[in-house]
Design a protein around this ligand. Structure first.
Ligand code: ADP
Length: 204
């Protein structure tokens, strides 16, 4: 089963991705996490990605498409995978369809105001990548002991660019996937468990 998670920044894609992957035993492929890891390891891919990511811009299609193609070829993807953050442009979606059969596309919907609140209060563990929100989590370290940081692209300025890119480049994918009944739209409002229940029902 190949699943794509769509939705604006901070819609809860990462949180839901972990739950879906645990329940279906498929790998979680987050293009944002792959890029951030390459930036912290200062790889050639990281050098390129850092020119775009902190400003909130998308990295070029050919760069990210090559990353995803390579990742989907790994043996752990033989029974499927969940793509989180890819595709984000029409060209990425078309190339993905040429590469593999996309079974379901889950689009998580959240209003603009809630996204801004979520992004400005989001903290990420440097060690394991778990997300927290300062309104509900008041410890200074992650459960794993890692320190919590604000993502460099979680500023209001970068968020404005990301939301603008999302509207222009990613929203058209709804129509692309709705056309042949692959699209599942789910409200991202509520607790992570409530949102996951909606996703499970929709996938069943
Ligand atoms: P969010 O969904 O909160 O914006 P991600 O972790 O998915 O965060 O992505 C962070 C950044 O990584 C994006 O703003 C973009 O710069 C880059 N990126 C991730 N996926 C893609 C993609 N499919 N195409 C282009 N850029 C991407």
């Amino acid at each position: 089963m190949l699943i794509v998670l769509l939705g604006p920044p901070a819609a809860g894609k990462g949180t839901q991705a972990k739950k879906i992957c645990n329940s279906l035993s498929i790998p979680h492929i987050s293009t944002g996490s792959i890029l951030r890891q390459n930036i912290s390891e200062k790889t050639p891919l990281g050098e390129v990605a850092s020119l775009y990511i902190n400003k909130g811009d998308l990295v070029p299609d050919e760069v990210i498409i090559a990353v995803v193609k390579d990742r989907l070829r790994q043996p752990d993807c033989a029974k499927g995978a969940l793509l989180d953050g890819f595709p984000r442009t029409l060209r990425q979606a078309e190339e993905l369809d040429e590469l593999i059969q996309v079974d379901k596309v889950i689009d998580i919907e959240v209003s603009r105001q809630i996204l801004t609140e979520r992004v400005t209060g989001r903290r990420v563990c440097k060690n394991c990548g778990t997300n927290y929100h300062i309104s509900v989590y008041t410890e200074s370290n992650c459960n794993c002991g890692g320190s919590l940081q604000t993502r460099e692209d979680d500023t209001e300025a970068a968020l404005a660019v990301r939301l603008n890119n999302y509207d222009k480049q990613t929203l058209p994918l709804r129509q692309y996937y709705a056309g042949d009944n692959r699209l599942i739209q789910v409200s991202g409002i509520g607790t992570p468990a409530e949102v996951f229940e909606r996703i499970k029902e929709a996938l069943a």
